[in-house]
Design a protein around this ligand. Structure first.
Ligand code: C2E
Ligand code: CA
Ligand code: CA
Ligand code: CA
Length: 277
């Protein structure tokens, strides 16, 4: 068998298959992945300045029976292109709600974040679907944060706002993911019912050494504070980055320095251990 690493790259990325063939392959394989139990949700806890968990993000993992682990950075964009993201998105939303219940039973009363792709959000029945999942699972909407990207805000802003408002009425909160990497204007920040901004890891990465990135991160923190938005910095890998963020008033951090994404069961076991010790 070929090595997983090589397959991971050749899978979906070479010109060996035509675009149409590739799409069909992905659709078939992802469809098998859902029904065949190859998908798993991991959780990456977020911490406050003291290192105490204050939230977590659910991240999808796909372990292909022959190709091994395939990064969401590779398969999510393809799934988005092919429309398969809709089925994946339904699955993720349900898993997120189930995870929320499991965590709550284990004493977790902090929010859990779930990623929502633009195509998923734009489905005509998205709001209805979310309501249905909440009803079916019994998950507490007030603990659910939906992470959306700036891309969502370029088209149909009025419709986006209307949907967000409707979901906000249920208690659901919204976060702008990868903040600062999109092309949208800052004007929408005032118009949307937002709770949080997530500073993209590309900005966090080179702080505090890079003067430009440092200025960008400081500006986002200051602006968010004036707008009353919570900020999560993602991709925090070093103590220096964390200290810089804390010194500039960043409330929450997410990154390998604190926790890597891990299976939910592992996190639950860790929590249990801590509460016993
Ligand atoms: P994202 O939403 O920006 O998620 C954060 C990514 O940063 C995750 O990559 C996470 O593992 C990674 N990360 C966390 N801490 C660090 C760190 O300290 N350093 C570095 N270098 N990376 C860190 P992952 O899990 O590979 O996911 C990649 C992207 O795939 C996500 O980016 C998100 O856009 C998408 N994705 C993952 N799961 C889902 C999902 O369930 N639904 C949707 N729609 N998209 C998802
Ligand atoms: Ca995210
Ligand atoms: Ca992000
Ligand atoms: Ca990102």
């Amino acid at each position: 068998a070929k090595s997983c690493g090589r397959n991971q790259i050749s899978f979906y990325e070479t010109g060996m298959q035509s675009e149409v063939e590739q799409r069909l392959t992905v659709e078939r394989e992802l469809s098998e992945a859902i029904s065949g139990g190859q998908l798993q949700m991991h959780i990456q806890p977020q911490v406050d300045r003291h290192g105490t968990p204050v939230g977590g993000e659910m991240l999808m993992r796909w372990t292909h029976p022959e190709r091994g682990p395939i990064s969401p950075a590779i398969f999510i964009p393809v799934a988005e292109e092919s429309g398969m993201i809709l089925r994946l998105g339904d699955w993720v939303m349900e898993q997120g709600c189930l995870a929320l219940l499991q965590l709550q039973q284990a004493g977790w009363d902090i929010p859990l974040s779930v990623n929502v792709s633009p195509k998923q959000f734009r489905q005509v029945d998205f709001v209805e679907k979310v309501k249905q999942v909440l009803k079916n699972t019994g998950a507490p909407p007030a603990r659910l944060i939906l992470e959306v990207t700036e891309g969502l805000l370029i088209e149909n802003l009025q419709d986006t706002i209307a949907r967000m408002v409707e979901l906000t009425k249920l208690g659901i909160r919204f976060s702008i993911d990868d903040f600062g990497t999109g092309y949208s204007s800052l004007a929408y920040l005032k118009k949307l019912p937002l709770y949080e901004l997530k500073i993209d890891k590309s900005f966090v990465q080179d702080t505090p050494d890079d003067a430009n990135d440092t200025a960008i991160v400081q500006s986002i923190l200051s602006m968010a504070s004036h707008l009353g938005l919570r900020v999560v910095a993602e991709g925090v890998e070093t103590r220096e980055q964390a200290d810089f963020l804390i010194a500039n008033g960043c409330a929450s951090m997410q990154g390998f320095l604190f926790f890597r994404p891990m299976p939910l069961d592992k996190w639950l076991a860790l929590q249990k251990q801590n509460s016993l010790s």
